[in-house]
Design a protein around this ligand. Structure first.
Ligand SMILES: C[S@@+](CC[C@H](N)C(=O)[O-])C[C@H]1O[C@@H](n2cnc3c(N)ncnc32)[C@H](O)[C@@H]1O
Length: 292
């Protein structure tokens, strides 16, 4: 059964502020080690990326590490579904008043648990597909100690008092405290907000996070709940014929015909999407929610 979902993706500036303190005022605060154990390489899975129709490549006109986009490996006809993926992580709020922050932290714990106790495939997926996504926003943790306290709470189900927990996993060096403090920022930045029977929630569709934005998209996405599989699925379809090698774009805010958008702010200085905005308007836009 198709259930109505309200979907929004917050795609903000990639700048992320890390609480890296210096000076005597913060002498009691431990600094985050700015060290990631993640190498950022996205291995190409056998059989292509999601389907053999598409691949991840770099958009030469963007420049920089985050110039990745989704490209057609062959001609794609109008209406063809090029992606149909389950949410890698999802959370539906128990209480209507649960804050965004709480929801992000719940998903963070879920993803981190899979990293600590998951299968080798899950660990690999998180390191290569989740941790390499763009992040943004203000750090969810103030001190490195908070990151360790959070990790400490991640324990294998049913095993009380075990020595092996998320904190000892961090100390193993496979995943650093810096990586863990970045994880909620990745989830926050890439989340798709959904609604299920009046309850708010969010999903991560890591594969869909590589689509870049165009005001004239050639792909449209939809998110629906599959009650048999008890998960949300994202489907992406070509809305016009696409040539081999062409980049696939979605509209980050379909239906939004404002002259400028929060996305345009993130894009400031990047091609025709940039628009000069006053700082007051920029502030207002940055605070306003938007929906698909
Ligand atoms: C969901 S990510 C898309 C994938 C991203 N390019 C990457 O390499 O991870 C959204 C970010 O991609 C960049 N982006 C998306 N569409 C763009 C466009 N039309 N022009 C320039 N940058 C774009 C912006 O930095 C935006 O915040």
């Amino acid at each position: 059964m198709r259930l109505g979902t309200r979907l929004s993706s917050r795609l903000r500036s990639g700048v992320f502020s890390s609480p890296l303190y210096h000076g005597s005022v913060f002498a009691q605060v431990r600094c985050f080690a700015r060290v990631s154990t993640i190498n950022g390489i996205i291995p190409s899975p056998p059989g292509g990326f999601v389907t053999t129709d598409i691949k991840i490549d770099m958009n030469p006109s963007f420049g920089g590490t985050y110039a990745r986009g989704v490209f057609a490996t062959r001609e794609i006809s109008f209406g063809r579904e090029i992606m149909n993926v389950p949410a890698f992580a999802m959370y539906i709020s128990e209480h209507k008043e649960e804050s965004l922050r709480e929801q992000v932290m719940i998903i963070t714990k879920d993803v981190f648990s899979k990293l600590v106790y998951g299968t080798p495939q899950e660990k690999e997926y998180i390191k290569t597909r989740v941790m390499t996504l763009m992040s943004g926003g203000v750090s969810y943790f103030t001190r490195e100690k908070d990151v360790f306290d959070f990790a400490e709470e991640v324990r294998p189900p049913g095993k009380e008092g075990t020595i092996c927990n998320g904190a000892s996993y961090l100390l193993s060096g496979e995943f650093s405290s810096y990586d863990l403090q970045k994880l909620p920022l990745i989830i926050d930045f890439n989340r798709f907000e959904v609604e299920y029977r009046g309850r708010r929630g969010m999903c991560l569709f890591t594969e869909a996070s590589y689509f870049n934005h165009s005001c004239e998209p050639n792909v449209e996405i939809s998110v629906n709940y599959n009650s048999v599989k008890s998960n949300f699925f994202l489907s992406a379809r070509a809305v016009r014929p696409i040539r081999e090698g062409e980049e696939l774009y979605i509209h980050y805010m379909p239906g939004n015909n404002l002259p400028i958008s929060r996305f345009a702010l993130a894009m400031k200085g990047a091609g025709d999407l940039s628009a000069p905005v006053s700082s007051a308007r920029a502030e207002a836009l940055a605070r306003s929610p938007f929906c698909f």
